[in-house]
Design a protein around this ligand. Structure first.
Ligand code: PRX
Length: 654
């Protein structure tokens, strides 16, 4: 259908921000010319280009025989080479020219109740070696899957690194998932061992992790061992013969554990992510290519230097935490800040306190967090100096220009470049992003592909779209961090990612590229609505809504409509102090009509104190679609952060 091709896009952003020359001079990629050379090098021979980064950013025990073996859709990178991820993240910072890093902070951690710990690379070496020996003593062998269900504490990073040290494959389940989700994942991964904690802290409450694990594996006799970290200290039921304490297991154990020499394609981890069918997909990543990708991108995009204090606010249980709290950052020998809890505990200033306390230099967060800070008011941010910050990043969803500008002005004090990084769990690391010292930015655009990544925008027929014509985002050449499959399901892997266009990776995202070659991600293609024969991006309407001074957050979904096919329903929460007046609904409708065009005018506006979100901060549109259509919610709600918001939305009939 013709209208399937033309995803309409009407936002036109004119603001531009050039890299500051003084900033660029110091950057790991110092300016436009250097960037141009890197792009050329990658275009000339992308395999050799990635091999250079593999040599520069990763240490190998033995070299590869072939850079890439590509039998679509199956890729092998650095074939025959041997390496170890924990060696790269720890040991190599303790020897040779970098031996001084032994006493450099690897992890600066703060618990929600206010407890603090700093682990140097030397400390990390001891702790990881010790826990690797504990895993071995508990029967874990190379290739075995280990499920980690933990709060955001240093021991989670330690357990991950211990797995990679001995070639075990970790599968982290985010601490916000419920017992049913754990059971499905443990079973799918075929894990026999689970590492958890008695609990974790979230908004002053204990999240009962161990209890969840008990419920999840009650009927899974194959799980023979549960190692429990004491974090919150409350009583938890321990099953004799199966459950053991972390502190007892590690007592007196040698910290010496040689890193296993693993094949470049040895599985590193499985991370479950939701798919359109509801059954989670186990995204599989392997060793050498993944590490090359995350170490290289972290070095250039976050511009990591020895004196940086880098903070990514994501939970390690999500891909962002895997790649850019732990692996990509530690591989660079950089310092990673971790914070266990909620941004509004004990109050809405916690993040800014942390930035000032540790003098964070590089700060990476999500648009949803930024919009939440906007709602809490800029006064809360302005109270803090934030003078240490030099670079800001975002990830997870399209950032609306208003939030981008606010982030730049209020957090970055108009002094820090912003990197809007586009990627997915499947891509392993960042694929589309500005390079902070080299690429001019414009609010709302993730700008250009990282050199060595080759995206394209195609229409339904597989033809390249014209400038500014919306279409489907694909990646045309393999890249080192790409997923190697869906665990145990090669058929679904092919169908999901490789069947829409032959031998091209289908991202599932809609996008357009402007005349300058800048990419504008329009969100998931299932977030695109067909309203009266026009395709509209929900994100663009949301962006228009939040550009209204009364609106803090917005989510837009389609509701089946007899006449228009789909009616547009906008859910909004208001800025502090704004009253939910009846006239406001009309005003907002008109506002969208003005910003985008009458076709985008929402048919209905619902106002509520908050929107239903997952624990990772994503708005659960599926639930909003149910609310908009007046249906009962049938799907999975286990990741929903706060149930009361759903009820409130239901009762706000227009
Ligand atoms: O639609 C894209 C959006 O988030 C999706 C991946 O979501 P998730 O599995 O939660 O992983 C997020 C962390 C990598 C993508 O398909 N997305 C991610 N980053 C951006 C983005 N959309 C626009 N701009 C981004 N920077």
């Amino acid at each position: 259908m013709a209208d399937e091709i033309a995803i309409e896009s009407s936002l036109r952003e004119k603001r531009r921000f050039k890299p500051d020359p003084a900033w660029s001079r110091r950057a790991n990629l110092p300016g436009k010319a250097a960037y141009g050379r890197m792009v050329k090098e990658a275009e000339k021979n992308f395999q050799r280009y990635w091999a250079r980064h593999a040599r520069e950013n990763v240490s190998w025990f033995s070299p590869w025989k072939k850079i890439l073996d590509w039998k679509p859709p199956f890729a092998k990178w650095f074939v025959g080479a041997k390496t170890n991820v924990s060696y790269n993240c720890i040991d190599r910072h303790l020897e040779g020219p970098n031996a001084w890093r032994r006493n450099k902070a690897a992890i600066i951690w703060e618990g929600e109740p206010g407890d603090r710990r700093v682990l140097t690379f030397g400390d990390l070496h001891r702790e990881v070696g010790t826990f690797a020996n504990v895993l071995k003593a508990n029967g874990v062998k190379k290739g075995d899957r280990v499920v980690l269900y933990m709060p955001l504490v240093p021991e989670l990073a330690i357990a991950m690194l211990a797995c990679t040290r001995i070639g075990a494959v970790h599968s982290i389940i985010f601490g916000g998932f419920s017992a049913d989700s754990i059971r499905d994942r443990v079973q799918d991964a075929g894990a026999k061992i689970v590492v958890t904690a008695d609990g974790g802290w979230r908004r002053g409450q204990i999240v009962p992790l161990k209890k969840m694990v008990n419920d999840a594996i009650r009927k899974l006799p194959e799980v023979g061992r549960v190692i429990v970290l004491r974090r919150t200290g409350q009583d938890v039921p321990m099953r004799k013969g199966r459950d053991v304490w972390w502190h007892e297991q590690t007592e007196g154990v040698s910290p010496e554990c040689k890193p296993a020499k693993l094949d470049s394609e040895h599985p590193l981890f499985i991370l479950y992510t939701s798919g359109s069918t509801g059954k989670p997909k186990g995204i599989l990543h392997t060793t050498g290519g993944y590490l090359t990708h995350v170490a290289t991108t972290a070095r250039y995009i976050f511009d990591l230097k020895e004196d940086d204090t880098y903070w990514c606010t994501a939970d390690i249980g999500w891909i962002t935490g895997h790649s850019y709290v732990v692996y990509g950052i530690l591989a660079n020998g950089a310092t990673s800040v971790m914070y266990e809890g909620a941004p509004n505990w004990p109050d809405e200033e916690r993040f800014w306190q942390i930035v000032d306390r540790y003098r964070v230099t590089v700060f990476y967060t999500a648009p949803t967090a930024i919009r939440t800070f906007m709602r809490w008011g800029e006064k809360r941010v302005k109270k803090y100096s934030l003078s240490s910050l030099r670079l800001l990043g975002t990830v997870g969803e399209p950032i609306n220009p208003e939030a981008w500008m606010w982030y730049r002005r209020v957090v970055g004090r108009n002094r820090c470049p912003i990197v809007d990084t586009w990627w997915q769990p499947e891509t392993g690391g960042i694929l589309i992003t500005p390079l902070p010292g080299a690429v001019e930015t414009t609010p709302g655009s993730a700008t250009r592909p990282f050199p060595g990544i080759f995206p394209e925008i195609l229409n339904e027929q597989g033809e390249p779209c014209r400038p500014d014509e919306g279409g489907y985002l694909v990646i045309t050449k393999p890249w080192p961090g790409m997923l190697r499959g869906i665990y145990g399901d090669p058929k679904r892997f092919r169908e999901q990612y490789w069947s829409k266009y032959k031998d091209l990776y289908f991202t599932g995202d809609g996008a357009r590229r402007d005349a300058r070659g800048y990419f504008w991600i329009m969100g998931r293609v299932d977030d695109v609505m067909n309203v009266a024969g026009h395709r509209l991006s929900t994100m663009e309407i949301e962006s228009a809504l939040v550009s209204h001074r009364s609106v803090a957050e917005a989510a837009v979904v389609g509701r089946p409509d007899e006449i228009k096919g789909t009616a547009v329903v906008g859910f909004v929460s208001l800025e502090g102090g704004v009253e939910a007046r009846e006239e406001l609904r009309d005003e907002l409708r008109q506002h969208v009509a003005r910003e985008i065009g009458p076709v985008a005018r929402p048919d209905e506006i619902r106002i509520a104190a908050g929107l239903p979100k997952t624990r990772s901060g994503k708005i659960m549109r599926r639930l909003l679609r149910d609310v908009a259509a007046g249906r009962e919610t049938t799907g999975d709600t286990t990741t929903l952060e706060d149930f009361s918001v759903l009820a409130a939305l239901r009762s706000d009939e227009d």
